[in-house]
Design a binder for this molecule. Structure first.
Ligand SMILES: Nc1ncnc2c1ncn2[C@@H]1O[C@H](COP(=O)(O)OP(=O)(O)OP(=O)(O)O)[C@@H](O)[C@H]1O
Ligand SMILES: [Mg+2]
Length: 361
């Protein structure tokens, strides 16, 4: 059991700089929750408050219903894995993993069992007698995770554990972490990352942090399909969702929006008579655009293309200072640059935002 409950948590550094406020979050036993958000939004700060490495300025943090604001880190039953794995260079893998247990004066038999067990889970058996310098980056990070596992914590905290690894190793280690989680269904995990794919694939729920608070909490697909606001809509997904300004011209079970650039968008979001004339932003993900004959949502000259192999990114010149609209079309599309095309999208995939907030009920 390890349920984590944050209630009205705030953090102010040095009594002045407010970094986080109004954080309310309940993380269930066995859940893997991922924190994402722009650099400097307070992800590490929140993680460090959970670990007990940073003081909570106000609000309460409970583990299994017990307030632990003033409980020191070592007594919280929490293990943290950092971006830089900081192994002891002169110690073997075995000794690195055993170190905390030796400090805690555990018996040799207990230590051997815990290390053996962790090595098996992480497939490090063959490396136990090596020094860290004789390991790859991914193997070293696994040893760092092993040091956490041997302590048998109730809660694992990861702060960008894979960001020092190259692309291929990241993928391999990400899959190992997913398997690790499956092998420990009663452990609660909180994981900070900048990597969208890590967030989408590992998380039971994603917490998007922005502007000192939580912008939205939900399952990865929830955030992708039903973002509450423009920030989340543009933060989740790459390239970001296009937001195109317009005005509602027809309301009802479906909504028609006339766009500033001359296009017309139909959204499956229902609106009322009173919404007619409302200024909105139409949101379409690059991957939801399809080409169409006649007037579409976007009608214009292709400014630039990037062929990525499986998909082609197609850029349209923005009106005035607006950001360019980007479409992601399946396959290779040579010779589109400079041509005139129209794009539309399934009404179910057309989002509407008024004052930055979704119009979906
Ligand atoms: N000890 C400190 N004293 C004052 N301000 C701090 C301190 N530690 C962090 N901050 C500030 O708090 C804010 C949040 O920092 P934090 O490290 O939590 O961000 P983050 O979301 O983890 O960013 P990143 O994605 O870059 O790791 C930043 O503006 C940072 O400058
Ligand atoms: Mg950080």
């Amino acid at each position: 059991m390890a349920e984590l409950t944050l209630t009205n948590v705030a953090k102010t550094y040095g009594g002045k700089i407010e970094v986080l406020k109004d954080i309310n979050l309940d993380i269930k036993t066995g859940e893997l929750v991922v924190f994402v958000g722009p650099s400097g939004c307070g992800k590490s700060t929140l993680l460090r408050m959970i670990a007990g490495l940073e003081k909570i300025s106000s609000g309460t943090f409970e583990i299994d219903g017990v307030v632990v604001n003033d409980v020191p880190p070592a007594q919280r039953g929490i293990a943290m894995v950092f971006q830089s794995y900081a192994l002891y260079p002169h110690m073997t893998v075995r000794d690195n993993m055993a170190f905390a247990l030796k400090l805690a004066k555990k018996s040799k038999a207990e230590i051997d069992e815990a290390v053996g067990n962790a090595a098996k889970i992480l497939q490090l058996d063959a490396y136990l007698d090596r020094l860290p310098k004789a390991l790859s980056g991914g193997q070293r990070q696994r040893v760092a995770i092993g040091r956490a596992i041997v302590r048998d914590p109730k809660v694992y905290l990861f702060d960008e554990p894979l960001s020092n690894l190259d692309a291929a190793l990241r993928v391999a280690t990400r899959i190992e972490i997913a398997q690790l989680k499956e092998s420990m269904p009663n452990s609660t995990m909180v994981y900070v990352t900048h990597d969208q794919v890590e967030a989408m694939t590992l998380a039971d729920r994603i917490v998007v942090l922005a502007n000192k608070g939580i912008a939205q909490v939900g399952s990865p697909l929830d955030l992708y399909e039903r973002p509450d606001n423009e920030f989340v809509a543009q933060f989740i997904g790459s390239p970001a969702m296009n937001l195109i300004p317009g005005e509602i011209v027809e309301t009802g079970a479906q909504t028609t929006v006339k766009l500033a650039g001359g296009g017309v968008a139909v959204s499956a979001i229902a609106t009322q008579d009173s919404d007619k004339g409302r200024k909105v932003n139409v949101g379409v993900r690059p991957e939801d655009f399809t080409t169409v004959e006649g007037t579409g949502i976007v009608n214009g000259t292709v400014n630039f293309t990037e062929a990525l192999g499986e998909v082609t990114l197609v850029y349209f010149k923005g009106e005035r200072d607006e950001a360019p609209v980007i479409a992601k079309l399946l396959g290779i599309h040579k010779g589109l640059r400079g041509t005139q095309i129209s794009l539309t999208a399934d009404p179910a995939k057309v989002h509407l935002f008024a004052d930055g907030v979704t119009m979906r009920k």
